[in-house]
Structure formats: structure tokens, C-alpha cells
Design a protein around this ligand. Structure first.
Ligand SMILES: NC(=O)C1=CN([C@@H]2O[C@H](COP(=O)(O)OP(=O)(O)OC[C@H]3O[C@@H](n4cnc5c(N)ncnc54)[C@H](O)[C@@H]3O)[C@@H](O)[C@H]2O)C=CC1
Ligand SMILES: O=C1O[C@H](COP(=O)(O)O)[C@@H](O)[C@H](O)[C@H]1O
Length: 262
């Protein structure tokens, strides 16, 4: 990718994991509604490459999209308990604005940060907690219908559907990554669900690097590490994107301490 990659939500947890992992691999245009301090910027990224704007601001997003080759769209309200007015504005309106601006600017690829919460209602009382355990073979693979467990999940399903629409009507390449649970250094502590959908920082950076580089039409993939415990298949991410994760929550105790094999 020779043209800059627009990264929205660059100052947040996922954005910083991406930039710390692959900050040197691309030219970036970083966008966030909060100013980014210099320690949040990769080497070589200066003030001219940073846009402070809200993703619902059509004019600002159109300007930010100029000359961009690919978009990683992360900006939004990430709270599973977020109220409707917030997800409607930040997640649904904001995502539609980003897709439309990408089409208008002739951008090729958009990677959209979807979420496990777009399908969290599959975790029924009869399936849990067994489905979080290594010996359970229940799998979601991205072909299932959305089944959100909260209004935040509804907004992520809407973002996926908007992506489908812009792919079908405008030929935009879109990959929706249903991100699991990103934590740094170790999986979520004492949380079986979180360990089953752990996404390490290095696997996160690698996965979004593949989203920038790979060829695809419209895809929904799961964004988790290669966890022994899992209820999301990563086969599609491997096949279509060339995702090759390195981490596994089984290398840690449930309390999150590394297991020493020696
Ligand atoms: N952290 C995780 O484990 C997961 C994250 N996600 C998704 O990934 C994306 C990023 O999540 P995090 O980095 O964890 O969240 P975060 O809250 O750490 O970062 C979000 C960033 O987006 C910015 N932002 C929020 N609304 C904005 C708007 N309207 N316009 C411009 N900038 C805005 C914030 O200032 C912040 O810097 C979100 O869309 C979230 O739903 C999905 C699943 C799991
Ligand atoms: O979409 C998201 O999912 C993760 C994991 O969900 P949780 O309910 O198990 O915590 C969450 O941590 C993150 O904030 C959210 O954006």
C-alpha cells in the first residue's frame, strides 16, 4: 500500500496496538476527535498527518480521505453498555460517513472494527460456560446472522450491513473484523469468555496489516488470537487475509500468568 492508510480512532486501545506493531510499515493519516500527543505517534508521523475531527463531520472526513489508499475504521463508542443515542451517532452515523467518504474519494479497502457483541446473544444459558472451554467444539464462523446482546452490538451489526451495502452498490472492498477482547501482555484475568476471545496486541497489529494488504470483496472475520479455548473460527481470516496469529491464551493461567513449560 503506497498511499496513506487512514486510521480512525487512532488514539484508542486498538489504534495504539496497531500503531505500536506496524507503525513503521505504512504511511499513516491518523484521525481522532481527541488530540494525539507525540508519544501516540509512530516515528515519522508528524502533525500534518494527524486530523482532529469527529467521524460524523462529513466535511472533515471528506478532507481526511483525500489521497488515501485504505481505511481502518475504529472510531466509535466501544462500551457494551453504551446508550442508544451514543451508538446511533458515533457508531452508526459515524460509520456511514466514513464509508461514503471512502467511496467518494475512490478508496479501495475499508476494514471496519466490528465486535463480538454483534453476535453475543449466541452465548445462551444452555451453551455457557461450556462453549468457552477447550474441549467444546461450538463455533461461530462469520456466516451466521448477527445476534447482538446489547445496543452497542446492534450498532456493530449495522456497521457490517452498511459495509455490505457499500460493497454491493459501490464495489468498495470491506472486511468487518469482529474483534474479541484486546488486552496487552496477557489475556483477560479470571474470565473464561475473555480468554476464549483474547486478541493479543501483536496479533491485532498483524491482523489489521493483513486487512490493508489482502485482496477481498466483502468479508466478516473474527479477530482473536489462536486460542485453544475458542468459539470463534479464525479459518476465514487465515484463508482470505493470510492471518497467521502467534498467541494463545492457553499459554497463560486463568489468572493471566505465563505458564512456564520448563
Ligand atoms: N478493545 C476491544 O477489545 C474491542 C474493540 N472493538 C472496537 O474497536 C474500536 C476501537 O476500540 P477501542 O480502541 O477499544 O476504544 P477506545 O475508546 O480506546 O478508542 C476509541 C477512539 O475513538 C475515538 N472516538 C470515539 N468516538 C469518536 C468519534 N465520534 N469521532 C472521532 N473519534 C472518536 C476516541 O477518542 C478514542 O481515541 C471500537 O469501534 C470498538 O467498538 C471491538 C471489539 C473489542
Ligand atoms: O466490543 C468490545 O468487546 C470487548 C469484550 O467484551 P466484554 O463484554 O467481554 O468486556 C470489550 O472489552 C470492549 O470494550 C468492547 O469494545
Amino acid at each position: 500500500m503506497d498511499d496513506p492508510v487512514l486510521l480512525t480512532g487512532a488514539g484508542g486501545r486498538v489504534g495504539q496496538a496497531i500503531l505500536r506493531g506496524i507503525g513503521d510499515a505504512h504511511d499513516w493519516r491518523l484521525l481522532d476527535r481527541e488530540p494525539l500527543s507525540s508519544d501516540h505517534l509512530p516515528t515519522g508521523v508528524g502533525e500534518d498527518d494527524v486530523v482532529v475531527a469527529d467521524v460524523t463531520d462529513e466535511d472533515a472526513i471528506a478532507d481526511a480521505m483525500d489521497g488515501v489508499g485504505a481505511v481502518i475504521h475504529l472510531a466509535g463508542d466501544p462500551r457494551p453498555e453504551a446508550p442508544w443515542n451514543s451508538v446511533l451517532e458515533n457508531n452508526i452515523d459515524g460509520t456511514q460517513t466514513v464509508y461514503q467518504a471512502a467511496v467518494d474519494a475512490g478508496v479501495e479497502n475499508v476494514a471496519f472494527a466490528s465486535s463480538n457483541h454483534a453476535v453475543s446473544a449466541y452465548e445462551t444459558d444452555t451453551r455457557t460456560p461450556e462453549m468457552y472451554r477447550p474441549d467444546d467444539d461450538y463455533r461461530l464462523d462469520g456466516t451466521e446472522l448477527p445476534r447482538p446482546g446489547n445496543l452497542y452490538g446492534v450498532s456493530k451489526a449495522a456497521g457490517e450491513t452498511l459495509g455490505r451495502y457499500y460493497h454491493d452498490t459501490e464495489d468498495l472492498s470491506v472486511v468487518c473484523v469482529r474483534i474479541g477482547n484486546l488486552t496487552e501482555g496477557h489475556p483477560p484475568r479470571n474470565y473464561e469468555r475473555g480468554q476464549a476471545m483474547w486478541l493479543s496486541h501483536r496479533d491485532c497489529a498483524h491482523l489489521f496489516d493483513r486487512c490493508i494488504r489482502a485482496d477481498y470483496e466483502y468479508e466478516i472475520v473474527y479477530g482473536i488470537s489462536d486460542n485453544e479455548r475458542k468459539y470463534y473460527s479464525i479459518d476465514r481470516a487465515r484463508e482470505v487475509l493470510g492471518y497467521d496469529p502467534q498467541d494463545d491464551s492457553a499459554e497463560y493461567t486463568l489468572a493471566g500468568d505465563p505458564i512456564d513449560d520448563e
